[in-house]
Design a protein around this ligand. Structure first.
Ligand code: PMP
Ligand code: GLN
Length: 397
């Protein structure tokens, strides 16, 4: 046997195949289906931001920027957090620019976790979390979010308490939450904060949908770092991709106390070193846009959310109304579905639409077996076409 006969991939990465987003987007391309799978908008972000990027490209912002990010962007990130959340971060030392939120999450976990440490997270979890935890040699301790009779996803507080142990190093919290659309309430966050403090754990928060808690959510978005005792133990992560409809730019950032940010940067510098020089000044412009931009963006997404919910309901799905994000989840049981993965793999053929099965984001696949996710960050005519196609689904079956 030669070394070529064995899988060269390290064992800790073998459970991770191609991401479901890549698989489903490829399926959409292949079949010509409407892609409501991967969460990317089909319109461009604010023109001021695009103009600033073009200008930066044409005026020499094309070489390595400083390691932590350009000063204008770090200042804009700090000002934005002060404006919207009343959080104070020093742009020099408490803010670092990353290659999207994905790199920030990975660098945070790699920086903070020793092999064998435990990371408490909520499932369904964003797929990169599991891979980053595995790369660090840490263990994930998922707490399951389940839809309740009120249609809201919630967790059992005892499950959360039981997920903490002497090995807990950090809690990874995503709110507003992908894929469920859950916005964690102040009470839920208080429990997370108490348990973090009780166990001396850090928190890493993924808040890429911070501007997408809808007006009818049980509560608005509350950053965990704003709770008593949490700023000093939280790395708060966000990104331009979702708020400014530029998911391909991969400009993200992390903020927190200097020691945590410095730890993250020590890892980040050896992952990508720096990123996206000409896009950084453009994101600084976007973050400084007036409040109206953020309000209108959310209102517009809320209209599209409602359009898709109505359409999915008319097509026979049981829909869980999301309180935030780009996504709506639906139960396939009423349409005869028993397994989301199989359902989504054949959906393009059966109805010309792509969705994502959420069961791949659980350690306990049973909990998500009948749930699938649709993205509504698409033009209204695209959503209308998807709904028209889905409404024919029962006839095709
Ligand atoms: N976290 C969550 C919850 C996401 O939905 C996404 C996708 N935008 C990311 C992280 C990745 O963000 P980015 O593209 O900035 O790396
Ligand atoms: N965040 C996007 C989603 O949830 C996907 C990003 C990716 O493909 N990694 O759809």
């Amino acid at each position: 046997m030669t070394s070529h006969d064995v899988d060269p991939l390290v064992a800790r990465m073998r459970p991770f195949g191609t991401t479901i987003f890549a698989e489903m987007s490829a399926l959409a391309l292949r079949t010509g289906a409407v892609n409501l799978g991967q969460g990317f908008p089909d319109t461009d972000g604010p023109p001021e931001m695009l103009a600033a990027a073009t200008q930066a490209l044409n005026t020499g912002h094309n070489q390595y920027p400083p390691g932590p990010g350009i000063p204008e962007l770090r200042a804009a990130v700090a000002a934005h957090q002060r404006r919207f959340w009343g959080l104070e971060y020093d742009p020099d030392g408490e803010v670092v620019v990353t290659a999207g939120a994905t790199e920030a999450v990975a660098a945070a976990i790699l920086a903070l976790c020793e092999p064998g440490d435990e990371v408490v997270c909520f499932e369904p979890y964003y797929d990169s979390y599991a891979a980053s935890i595995a790369l660090a040699g840490a263990t994930r301790r998922p707490v399951t979010l389940r839809p309740g009779v009120d249609g809201r996803y919630a967790f059992d507080p005892d499950d959360l308490r039981n997920a903490f142990s002497a090995r807990t190093r950090l809690v990874l919290l995503n709110s507003p939450h992908n894929p469920t659309g859950k916005v964690f309430t102040p009470d839920e966050l208080t429990l997370v904060a108490e348990l973090c403090q009780e166990h001396g754990a850090y928190a890493v928060t993924d808040e890429v949908y911070e501007h997408l808690a809808f007006t009818d959510a049980t509560s608005g978005h509350v950053p965990l770092a704003t709770l008593p005792g949490m700023r000093e133990r939280t790395l708060r992560i966000s990104s331009a991709g979702k708020t400014f409809s530029c998911t391909g730019w991969k400009v993200g950032w992390a903020s927190g106390p200097a020691a945590l940010v410095s730890a993250l940067l020590r890892v980040k510098q050896f992952l990508t070193y720096v990123n996206a020089a000409p896009l950084q000044p453009a994101v600084a412009v976007a973050l400084a846009l007036p409040d109206d931009y953020f309000t209108a963006f959310r209102a517009d997404l809320q209209v599209r959310r409602d359009q898709l919910i109505d359409g999915l309901t008319a097509a026979g799905f049981d829909v869980y109304t999301p309180e935030g994000t780009y996504f709506v989840t639906a139960d396939i049981t009423a349409l005869g579905g028993t397994d989301g993965v199989g359902f989504c793999r054949t959906l393009p053929e059966r109805s010309g639409v792509v969705a994502v099965p959420t069961q791949v984001f659980y350690d306990d696949p049973e909990a998500g077996r009948r749930l699938i996710r649709f993205a509504f960050c698409k033009r209204q005519e695209v959503l209308a076409e998807a709904v028209t196609r889905l409404r024919r689904l029962p006839e095709v079956r």
